[in-house]
Design a protein around this ligand. Structure first.
Ligand SMILES: O=C(O)C1=C[C@@H](OP(=O)(O)O)[C@@H](O)[C@H](O)C1
Ligand SMILES: C=C(OP(=O)(O)O)C(=O)O
Length: 429
C-alpha cells in the first residue's frame, strides 16, 4: 500500500451495493458484558479490527476465555485471579470500559496505550472509580499510564462525575455497575454529556442482559446490583463507518445501498439518514438496506453534532463539497478524540483549498475550489474517511497513513477501492 495513498476518483455517478463490517461500539460492549456474565455466550458477526481485538486481548489478559470461530467469538467468563497488562492502543472503549471491570479482579491491572492515548481524557472517570471503592494509581496524572488494584469486589454506590468530555465515562461505570455490591448510581454535573445515543446503547444492552437500569431522570443513571445474564449478540453493521460509503452516493450524484441497515437501532450513525437528507440526498430504508442517492449539488447544513460527534469528519468533508456554507456546532469534545478533530479538519480541509473557520466547539466551512495534495490523518481513522470523500470529487488527493483505518475497519482501502471503482465481486465492498 503506497503511503500517501492516492484516493480513487470515479469517472461518474457510482451505483453500488455494499456490506459493511460490524459495529465497534456494539462489539466492545458485547465482549465486556460477556466477560462479566453468569455463563458462556457468543458474539456473532463481531467486528474484528484493532479496537475490538484490543478489547478481546484485555479481557483474555484478565482471565476470560474468548475463542475466535469463523462467524463468532465464543466467550467464557473465567476466574480473574491474576495481574495483567492492558494495551489500550488508541481505543477509547478499552481505556474507559476495562478499568471499572478490572476492579472486580484479584490482581493489579496496568493500562497504557499509544502515545496519543496518554492525552485522551480519563481522569474524571478514574476519580469516580476511586470514589466507588476501586484502588487506582495514576501517579496523579489523571491519564494513562495507570493501574487498577482489584480486590475481587467493589462497594459501588452513588457517584458524581463531570462526563462532558466523553459519554464513555458513564457507559463504563454502568457496564460494570451490576457487579458492584451496591450497584452504581451515576450523576453527571457539568456541561452537557456528548454522544447520548451511546449511553442509550449501553442501557439497552444492560437490559438485554437482565440488568435493572433506571434512566428516568436526565443526567442520572442507576444500575441495580445483581447478576448479568449471559446473552448471545448479533452485531449490527457499523453505521458510523457507513458514512464514507453513503457519501460515495451523495458526492457523486450516484446511488449507494448499505445492506442490513437495522430498522431500529441505538447506533448514532443512524442519524446519517437525516443529515444526508438535509444535504439534498434522497434517502430510503427498506428490507434491502439503506439507499442514498446524491443530488446534482449537495447543500450546506447548519448542524449540532453534539450527539453524533464521531460523524463529524465525514460530514465536514461533504460540507466542503457542497454549494453553500455549513456550520457544524456542539462538538468541543471531539478535540479529545483520536486527534483534535476540529483543528485537524480545519487544517486539512484548508490545505486542499476549503475556507474553514475553526471555533472552540465547531467548524464553519465555506466551499471553495479544491485542489489535490496530501491529506494528513493524525492516526485517526475518521480523518482518513474525510480524505477519501474529498478524493471522490478532487483529482490528486493523497491520504497519508490510510492504514490507520484498521482501528475500526479491516482492509478499508481495499473495500473503498472496490466500492468506488467496482471490482471482481460485482461492486460489493
Ligand atoms: O461508547 C462508545 O462506543 C462511543 C462513544 C462516543 O465517545 P465520546 O462520548 O467520547 O464522543 C463515540 O464518539 C465513540 O466513537 C464510541
Ligand atoms: C471517538 C472514536 O473512538 P473511541 O472509541 O476511541 O473514542 C471514534 O471511533 O470516532
Amino acid at each position: 500500500m503506497p503511503d500517501p495513498w492516492p484516493a480513487p476518483r470515479p469517472d461518474g455517478p457510482v451505483e453500488r451495493v455494499v456490506s459493511l463490517p460490524g459495529s465497534k461500539s456494539l462489539t466492545n460492549r458485547a465482549l465486556v458484558l460477556a466477560a462479566i456474565a453468569d455463563g458462556p455466550s457468543v458474539v456473532r458477526r463481531p467486528l474484528r479490527s484493532r479496537d475490538t481485538l484490543l478489547m478481546a486481548s484485555a479481557l483474555r489478559a484478565l482471565g476470560t476465555g474468548i475463542e475466535d470461530a469463523d462467524d463468532h467469538w465464543a466467550a467464557t467468563p473465567g476466574a480473574w485471579d491474576r495481574d495483567a497488562e492492558v494495551d489500550c492502543g488508541l481505543a477509547g472503549t478499552v481505556m474507559r470500559f476495562v478499568p471499572p471491570v478490572a476492579g472486580l479482579a484479584r490482581g493489579t491491572v496496568g493500562f497504557d496505550g499509544d502515545p496519543h492515548m496518554r492525552l485522551r481524557p480519563v481522569g474524571q472517570m478514574l476519580t469516580a472509580l476511586a470514589a466507588l471503592g476501586v484502588t487506582v494509581d495514576d501517579g496523579g496524572r489523571g491519564a494513562l499510564p495507570f493501574a487498577v488494584a482489584g480486590s475481587g469486589s467493589v462497594p459501588g454506590g452513588t457517584v458524581t462525575i463531570d462526563a462532558s468530555a466523553s459519554s464513555q465515562f458513564v457507559s463504563a461505570l454502568l457496564l460494570a455497575g451490576a457487579r458492584y455490591e451496591h450497584g452504581v448510581d451515576v450523576r453527571h454535573v457539568g456541561k452537557p454529556v456528548p454522544s447520548l445515543p451511546h449511553i442509550e446503547m449501553t442501557v439497552q444492552m444492560l437490559r438485554q442482559h437482565g440488568v435493572e437500569v433506571d434512566d428516568s431522570d436526565a443526567n442520572r443513571w442507576a444500575v441495580a446490583p445483581g447478576p448479568v445474564k449471559a446473552v448471545d449478540h448479533d452485531i449490527e453493521p457499523d453505521l458510523s463507518n457507513a458514512a464514507p460509503f453513503l457519501a460515495l452516493g451523495a458526492a457523486t450524484g450516484g446511488t449507494v445501498t448499505v445492506r442490513d441497515w437495522p430498522g431500529s437501532t441505538t447506533q448514532p450513525g443512524d442519524q446519517l439518514r437525516e443529515i444526508l437528507a438535509l444535504m439534498g440526498c434522497e434517502v430510503s430504508l427498506s428490507g434491502g438496506g439503506l439507499t442514498v442517492s446524491g443530488p446534482a449539488r449537495l447543500s450546506g447544513v447548519d448542524l449540532d453534532l453534539h450527539d453524533v460527534g464521531e460523524l463529524t469528519p465525514a460530514v465536514a468533508a461533504l460540507c466542503a463539497l457542497a454549494d453553500s456554507p455549513s456550520h457544524l456546532r456542539g462538538i468541543a469534545h471531539i478535540r479529545g478524540h483520536e486527534t483534535d478533530r476540529i483543528t485537524a479538519l480545519a487544517t486539512e480541509l484548508g490545505r486542499l483549498g476549503a475556507e474553514v473557520v475553526e471555533r472552540e466547539d465547531g467548524l464553519s466551512i465555506t466551499p471553495a475550489p479544491l485542489h489535490g495534495g496530501v491529506f494528513h490523518t493524525y492516526a485517526d481513522h475518521r480523518m482518513a474517511h474525510a480524505g477519501v470523500i474529498l478524493g471522490l470529487a478532487v483529482d490528486g488527493v493523497l491520504v497519508e497513513d490510510v492504514a490507520t483505518t484498521s482501528k475500526t475497519f479491516p482492509d478499508f482501502a481495499g473495500a473503498w477501492s472496490t466500492a468506488v471503482l467496482g471490482g471482481p465481486s460485482g461492486g460489493s465492498a
